[in-house]
Design a protein around this ligand. Sequence first.
Ligand code: PEP
Ligand code: MN
Length: 336
Amino acid sequence: MIITLSESATSSDIEAICKALSAGSYSASEVRTQFGRYLVAIGSSEIDIRSIGSLPGIKDVHRVSDSYKLVSKKWKVSPSTVKLGNGIEIAGGGFTIIAGPCSIESEEQVRSIAAHLKETGVSIMRGGAFKPRTSPYTFRGLGLEGLKMFHAIARDSGMKVISEVVATADIEAMYDYVDIYQVGTRNTQNFNLLHELGRIDKPVMIKRGMSGTLDELLQSAEYVFSNGNEALLLCERGIRTFEKAYRNTLDLNSVPVLKEKSHLPVIVDPSHGIGIRRFVEPMSLAAVMAGADGVIYEVHPAPEDALSDADQTLNFEESSVLVNRARQCAALRDGF
Ligand code: PEP
Ligand code: MN
């Protein structure tokens, strides 16, 4: 059960609500986010929600039978929008393109990508500064100095920044240089990291674990929300299956299913999802038609020279084609 508290709820109101809930064998946790105050009540007995709803300090009460609560559509029916400032936002039901290099490599590389994205009208740039690499002998990113440079160039072009955070200790240092924190597939269930991101008032995009179920992804989002941060995005980036013909299996089934289960916007990452450059564009279009609220892909001035994920990275020409066609698909979808 989720109880939305009214702005005027006092601590004695909350105490009285918790008392009534525990009389019905429910235990309640208070959640305070940047946008609201809630009580999440867990219990299995039958309780007459009308008797709770009439107590002072309550705006509304909803029963949510899912194991995740605050991210469930059973509670919040209308799609959520993540606002990034300057009119840039990622709206559930809308379509947003995010693009940029897998790794931030140099000032020259970032400047040319920023100019390309500006020309194509993309207003959110991705780029990894802290790279989780399978082999410790490969390029692991330029770290905070690289992120600062990336952020300055993005701002010069009026763009917002999304970058991956791999360690709790980096959250604070990254704060001024990101507009969205990305949680990578290897950290989807790093609950300490998720917990700390809940204490931040900046948006977080959580990628699906490479062997994670949708319920697990939603529970990860619940970790962040229940710790105080409700500006969240879900990202389908492909899962590991028995198929070896491509890097991952981009599970586009997840798009309509996640959108039915949750009010959070769903972004698709076709670059990691298939891992093969020439198929990134068609899979982006498929993602749009499946109902994705956005796509995130990798682009580089010379993909073959990229220091990470070269095989799945688009050049500028391919990137422009993707953006054009994805927008056409989104317009077509809007007309359905
Ligand atoms: C990335 O976005 O470059 C990345 C490492 O993604 P994932 O966590 O999906 O592998
Ligand atoms: Mn990558």
